[in-house]
Design a protein around this ligand. Structure first.
Ligand code: ATP
Length: 203
């Protein structure tokens, strides 16, 4: 499974999904846009938009399913609950939880993180350290994962120092680093953002 706010989904998300499919030899990849993200203080844009953008962002990748169960579930989205459900649906399967290095470093703050480790193997991609609104720098530094004392497997993906925060800042005109949104998000996502006038105002 690969979960996230996907507010909006960007190129690093797509490349991470593609990398996981290939390097882990997955039979199926569930993309899970979160419902109520318990760890984000910012209000996310409505789920229907994030789902529609995920459909576009991950289009054309084989064996990928945009799974809306966390959106339909009442209350906060906990990965431990989602993994329990998936484990019941795929009895005997090895389940991987795909995530970026920033999330691995915060992993022990997750609700019932021990349960997550019982259900899934963490598959982690590098992420540059300068994430945030100004994030897409030319000199990129990998997160240092040497102190992490939980088991995980590494995904080998080039650094994309890119974040949804940076995409929103670009749309709001706070950053003029890129002439074209297509550099940050797949074309279908850029079109959707523009057609639906998303992210014009700060949230
Ligand atoms: P925001 O900037 O709003 O916090 P985000 O870009 O971190 O958003 P999320 O939807 O929160 O995007 O991330 C979903 C998952 O994708 C997380 O596991 C995160 O670590 C991973 N991810 C996001 N961007 C990158 C990136 N540039 N490189 C590697 N992993 C990434």
């Amino acid at each position: 499974m690969f979960g996230g706010a996907f507010d909006p989904p960007h190129w690093a998300h797509r490349n991470l999904a593609e990398t996981a499919l290939k390097q882990l030899g997955l039979d199926q990849l569930h993309i899970l846009p979160t419902g109520q993200a318990w760890h984000k203080t910012r209000v996310l844009i409505p789920a229907e938009h994030r789902v529609a953008m995920c459909e576009r962002a991950f289009a054309g990748l084989p064996r990928v399913l945009v799974d809306q169960r966390e959106i339909r579930r009442d209350g906060p989205s906990y990965t431990a609950d989602t993994l329990r459900e998936l484990a019941a649906e795929y009895p005997g399967a090895q389940i991987f939880l795909v995530l970026g290095a920033d999330q691995l470093l915060a992993f022990k703050t997750w609700v019932r993180w021990q349960e997550v480790l019982q259900c899934a193997t963490l598959a982690v991609a590098n992420r540059g350290v300068n994430i945030g609104a100004e994030a897409v720098s030319d000199s990129q530094v990998e997160q240092d994962l040497s102190g992490v004392d939980i088991p995980f497997t590494r995904l080998d993906m080039p650094l994309h120092n890119l974040s949804a925060t940076a995409v929103r800042a670009q749309v709001q005109g706070k950053s003029r680093r890129y002439p074209d949104l297509d550099v940050l998000v797949p074309e279908g996502v850029a079109r959707y953002i523009s057609e639906h006038h998303l992210y014009r105002h700060a949230t």
